[in-house]
Design a protein around this ligand. Structure first.
Ligand SMILES: [Zn+2]
Length: 125
């Protein structure tokens, strides 16, 4: 790659590229909301077996952020950060569901109700 080429590949969107890399992939908010925040799953995540591949042997895990920390101190100070608080706030909002997406696309239950007879005719055919 020449200098010219390097210059023109930036496009000021490295953060988007980084987020889409598979190895940097983090859990989505709805995955955390619907699965991890369940008290049973939460307990399992917070008391994971020792894992040498994870930071801090997987003993210090923040469920909301889906992140491992090196020590208890690091985890406790993370709970006080803006990043974590913002995340907790985002998780309190209802998850974006398939139903909501269909409603936005005009395929949801609301439209189906209004054209009820048409749906019945489809069922007969
Ligand atoms: Zn956190």
């Amino acid at each position: 790659m020449t200098r010219q080429r390097r210059k023109r590949t930036h496009h000021a969107r490295n953060h988007i590229y980084r987020a889409t890399r598979t190895r940097a992939r983090q859990k989505d908010l709805d995955q955390i909301q619907l699965h991890d925040l369940d008290p049973k799953n939460r307990l399992a995540l917070e008391s994971q077996p020792l894992d040498v591949d994870k930071p801090g042997l997987a003993q210090h895990y923040c469920v909301e952020c889906a992140r491992y920390f090196e020590s208890d101190t690091a985890l406790k100070s993370h709970w006080k950060t803006k990043v974590h608080k913002r995340r907790v706030k985002a998780l309190q909002e209802p998850a974006y569901t398939i139903e909501e997406a269909e409603r936005a696309g005009g395929l949801g239950r609301e439209t189906r109700k209004s054209r009820g007879p048409e749906v019945e005719m489809d069922a007969v055919e």
